[in-house]
Design a protein around this ligand. Structure first.
Ligand code: TRP
Length: 419
């Protein structure tokens, strides 16, 4: 310190080193918390530190320096936290299994709403290929569908610049955290999952362990990204509830490791039922549903599907919204409303006095026009594999960075030796 005080050239040199180191530290920490901090705040921080160093140096008082240093870190942590809260958008994450082609139901019920969210939320969407092998898949189909799904997401308006789009198996942390969480999900809990019971009864010859532990992998998918919201359909709510139980259990043992996620059931977004069975959700799997319309279907196929859509056996042959007594018509109205933006009353007026013979093809036409640009864009992208690869590479990179941070924390908490 006497050097600092005594000789101006050394003084300048030392200041240079100190400033540089301080800035370096801050930048590293800022990078680590991934906060979009302004250079100005950095500068203020650096100035505060330098001021303290300066005063310590000029007053020859080392203990002053040491005591202030602690308070600098404290302020610093507060600033970082505050900025994080201010600048960080709420995080949202969702996945779809590429085990069937995306349908009109997936589009109107989910994906369509995703595009508009990117401004408000930090969004992660992934192709849940790890999940899809709980039921036997044809490898070539799985590969094609996974890429096709990505192309369709983008064609539906999910901008890869604004959303993180990735393929689940590219981010190895999912499988790793999945294993850990398996050890915090209870046998009884997993046995109560209705999806497991349902799938087990449909795949009696292949009730594998993966089908059973599916929800702990899903919990890992979610928790790796510490999301605030998980947009899911009604059918997945139980899995999100289980995830919440795991969070409570895990955090109860190890402290605040995971953020508690909320299921996010969008207000808008229709629940689209099968065209041949309006009691059941439009399903992605071909063998389960003959009344489905896929995003990549030919217009002629779509028209055929709508023309043979089930309406109701009542005699009135009129377009009226009555989901309880006329579920078939209500479903078609729902679809028509979702693709045209018209209200039920508008639709009733539009088809007043006309029967299902006019209504059904009209819905078909509207759907064809709604899906046309999506199909064309997705087809174009499927021909441009290099582009798709650049998207999923960038997505995997971003996702793994975030996922690794959580996984590292978890490994440390449960007692694994760090490498
Ligand atoms: N289980 C979901 C489904 O069957 C897909 C999924 C996997 C998912 N992991 C997820 C959804 C994480 C939301 C969050 O549709």
């Amino acid at each position: 310190l006497w050097v600092v005080r005594g000789s101006p050239p050394t003084y300048v040199l030392l200041w240079g080193i100190i400033l540089n180191t301080a800035m370096g530290c801050f930048l590293r920490i800022f990078k680590d918390v991934e906060t979009n901090c302004s250079i100005y705040t950095l500068w203020l921080q650096a100035r505060q530190v330098c001021g303290i160093i300066h005063r310590a140096a000029t007053s020859w008082n080392l203990s002053y320096f040491v005591s202030k240093w602690a308070s600098v870190w404290e302020t610093y942590a507060k600033v970082v936290k505050h900025m994080q809260q201010q600048t960080e958008k709420k995080v949202m994450l969702s996945g779809i299994k590429p085990s069937g082609d995306l349908t009109l139901g997936s589009y109107l019920g989910a994906i369509k709403n995703w595009a508009a969210r990117a401004e408000e939320f930090e969004c992660y969407y992934f192709m849940a290929d790890l999940h899809s092998i709980t039921v036997r898949q044809n490898p070539a189909d799985l590969r094609r569908r996974t890429l096709e799904q990505l192309a369709q997401y983008i064609a539906c308006g999910l901008d890869p610049e604004k959303n993180t789009l990735f393929i689940q198996s590219h981010v190895h942390q999912h499988a790793e955290l999945g294993w850990v969480l398996n050890c915090y999900a209870m046998f009884g809990e997993l046995s109560r999952m209705t999806q497991f019971k349902d799938k087990a009864s449909k795949n009696a010859d292949n009730i594998n362990g993966g089908l059973f532990t599916y929800p702990s992998l899903m919990a890992a998918d979610i928790l790796l990204y510490q999301p605030d919201y998980v947009p899911v359909g009604e059918d997945q709510k139980q899995h999100v509830e289980l995830t919440r139980n795991i969070v409570q259990r895990f955090n109860g043992i190890y402290g605040d490791v995971f953020k508690m996620p909320e299921p996010y059931i969008p207000k808008v977004g229709a629940r689209i039922m099968s065209l041949t069975n309006p009691e059941a959700k439009m399903s992605k799997s071909e063998n389960e549903d003959t009344g489905r319309v896929c995003l990549m279907d030919d217009p002629a196929v779509i028209m055929k599907q709508f023309k043979r859509a089930i309406t109701d056996s009542d005699r009135e042959n009129c377009v009226r919204y009555d989901p309880e007594h006329k579920p078939g018509v209500a479903n078609l109205m729902n679809i028509y409303a979702a693709v045209t933006g018209k209200s039920y009353a508008d639709i009733e007026r539009e088809f007043d006095g006309q029967g299902y013979g006019v209504f059904k093809p009209a819905v078909g036409e509207a759907v064809v026009e709604c899906l046309r640009p999506i199909r064309e864009e997705a087809t174009r992208m499927m021909a441009d594999k290099a582009y798709l690869e650049s998207v999923y590479r960038a997505g995997a990179e971003k996702a793994s960075r975030v996922a690794q941070k959580t996984l590292r924390k978890v490994y440390k908490k449960v007692g694994f030796v760090a490498l």
